[in-house]
Design a protein around this ligand. Structure first.
Ligand code: SF4
Length: 346
């Protein structure tokens, strides 16, 4: 007979008890509620990478999130720790857009024109280890949506230009918040020669934005905002910085997943908060704050995050340390570690 969800939950709980402090289950905010409830810690990619980096006790880290997150945890983990992901196919579309060959070619083209001493690479956490390694090798850092502003400030203290990979929108929204004029930002389309720019454009620009995006967050539109403003004129609208610039500008607040969690928690009782991010986080916030009306700007689900479920989490615990172990080649690990460490010390 098929296991019911409750059977699976009971077995996972028993596995947690059996493994005790040897086990740490990390769950991203976009995971289904039942997975988040079973984790030891929940957080955004920054919180979880810090957890993985700081932990001394756990031998087995099970990462309920997408592959680049588990890979970052594996880079930061101690040699005696193993990192597993319940489904190896839980990837990320944005990360896939930044193919290592295309990123390296883009970096080389721009660095050759402006001079490597004048530009710092910054890479969003949502990228594969090889891209993080490229940043580490060239004096750059990783960032997340919670510390992108600080990472930009840090990079500008090193050199006068930034190449930001792979989220065009997070890069632009961060540069806008720092007051960088639009004509000093250039989108770099890896499919076009010089990214679709002239040599003069490249020499003049201050920030290069690699043309990648999140399909979950770019689904929100100005029409969604107008429709919600008409229906709920007193509501506040908060969105994630992976949304487009026009959506960010039309909202009341913008911030990382952790910022959104705090925004919902601090909203006055009886108020309405409309959120533009992954639907599972919004649904959980609505349950956690029954004294407020928490609504989705539009339903937008990340199918990659959704690949983690009770069955594959249980399979991971039953094969602890053995299956779906996330490994990173030593050479890549060494350089990617530098870029991640630069982020953690920001
Ligand atoms: S929400 Fe977007 S950026 Fe995040 S894992 Fe899913 S596809 Fe990638």
């Amino acid at each position: 007979m098929e296991n019911t969800d409750q059977d699976l939950i009971d077995k996972i709980q028993a596995g947690k008890q059996r493994l005790g402090r040897k086990l740490m289950i990390l769950t991203h905010h976009y995971q289904r509620k039942e997975i988040v409830d079973l984790g030891h810690y929940r957080g955004d990619s920054f919180d979880l990478s810090q957890r993985a980096a700081r932990d001394e006790e756990a031998e087995f880290i099970v990462f309920c999130g997408v592959h680049f997150m588990a890979e970052s945890a594996a880079i930061l983990a101690k040699p005696r720790q193993t990192v597993q992901i319940p489904d190896m196919n839980a990837g990320c579309w944005m990360s896939d857009m930044a193919d290592a060959f295309l990123v390296e070619r883009a970096w080389n083209e721009v660095a050759a024109l402006v001079g490597e001493n004048h530009i710092t690479p910054l890479v969003y956490m949502n990228s594969e280890a090889a891209i993080k390694a490229l940043c580490g090798r060239h004096g750059g850092a990783v960032c997340t949506s919670s510390n992108a502003g600080r990472a930009f400030d840090w990079a500008f203290r090193q050199k006068e230009k930034i190449f930001f990979f792979p989220d065009e929108h997070l890069g632009r929204n961060t540069a806008n918040a720092l007051g960088i004029p639009a004509d000093q930002m250039r989108v770099f389309d890896p499919e076009k020669p010089l990214g679709g720019n002239s040599e003069a454009d490249i020499r003049r620009a201050k920030v290069f934005l690699f043309k990648g995006y999140c399909l979950v967050h770019t689904r929100f539109t100005l029409d969604d905002i107008s429709a919600m403003r008409t229906k709920f004129p007193d509501a506040k609208i908060v969105v994630h910085p992976e949304c487009t610039e026009e959506v960010v500008k039309a909202s009341d607040a913008v911030g990382s997943t952790s910022f959104i969690v705090k925004y919902a928690a601090e909203a006055p009782s009886g108020s309405t908060v409309i959120i533009g991010t992954e639907i599972h986080l919004i649904q959980r916030l609505a349950l956690e704050h029954p004294n407020k009306t928490i609504l989705a700007l539009k339903e937008s689900l990340c199918p990659n995050m959704y690949k983690i479920n009770l069955k594959n989490l249980l399979a991971c615990l039953e094969n602890i340390g053995k299956t779906n172990v996330v490994k990173v080649e030593d050479a890549i690990k060494k350089d990617a570690f530098i870029a991640l460490e630069n982020m953690l010390s920001l």
